[in-house]
Design a protein around this ligand. Structure first.
Ligand code: ADP
Ligand code: 5GP
Length: 207
């Protein structure tokens, strides 16, 4: 059974950095590439970071029922394609989503078994420093992201896990630990342990 991991955080907390590291180290994970109407940042690759689409294309997908969830964030539209979840399930792999708090709430209603993880920056000052150091957004966009962050952090209580991204290596270890622990849940391992239980049944002697 594949697991679904939803990660949310105020912009600049380090969520993409952590997810990127996870993707490099965990071959069982599929990253849910979102659809967005936002313009690509330098270095972002269409179809990899996001599927960059026009507003008309986005509305068409949404109205056609092709999106599992969608939200307007910082004046742009973002959404999760239904096909991505299907592909992960068919491949028997786990799916990881980097989506905002509105999308996480919509998805958790549709997939109550999804595991939700909220990442917090160590402080607002550090969040601002990270947004400015990233140098990928103009000043007014950074201001907007900071003001949204105040509202977003209030949602931490909705999530199964909360992780403060202070030291990157320690945060990464914690995130990996959440995934490892969740994959040991009884429901998820039922089919894998069947042959083991079978070997313990009376009358069999296969070791
Ligand atoms: P998000 O995806 O949450 O918007 P990013 O992953 O783009 O954030 O990180 C924002 C900036 O902060 C990047 O420049 C990244 O290198 C840096 N960063 C991420 N995690 C840490 C950390 N634990 N300590 C210091 N800087 C970090
Ligand atoms: P950014 O523009 O910095 O890449 O992302 C802005 C915000 O949009 C982040 O909080 C990110 O998690 C969120 N986001 C990215 N993809 C999706 C998506 O498919 N759905 C929703 N609801 N939010 C998304």
């Amino acid at each position: 059974m594949s697991s679904v991991f939803i990660i949310s955080a105020p912009s600049g907390s380090g969520k993409s950095t952590l997810v990127r590291r996870l993707m490099e180290s965990d071959l069982n994970l599929i990253f849910s590439t979102s659809v967005t109407t936002r313009l690509a940042r330098p270095g972002e690759i269409d179809g990899h970071s996001y599927d960059f689409v026009t507003r008309a294309q986005f509305m068409h997908m949404r109205d056609n029922g092709e999106l599992l969830e969608s939200a307007e964030v910082f004046g742009n539209y973002y959404g999760t394609s239904r096909a991505v979840l299907e592909r992960a399930r068919q491949a028997g792999r786990d799916l990881i989503l980097d989506i905002d708090v509105q999308g996480a709430a919509q998805l958790k209603e549709k997939l109550p078994e999804a595991v939700t993880i909220f990442i917090l920056p160590p402080s607002k000052t550090e969040l601002e420093a990270r947004l400015r150091n990233r140098s990928s957004d103009p000043d007014e966009v950074i201001e907007r992201r900071l003001s949204e962050a105040r509202k977003e952090v209030a949602n931490f209580g909705f999530y199964d896990y909360v992780l403060v991204n202070d030291q990157l290596d320690a945060s990464f270890d914690k995130l990996r630990s959440v995934l490892i622990a969740e994959r040991c849940r009884q429901k998820g391992v039922a089919s894998a342990i069947e042959p083991i239980l079978e070997s313990f049944k009376a009358g069999t002697n296969n070791g």
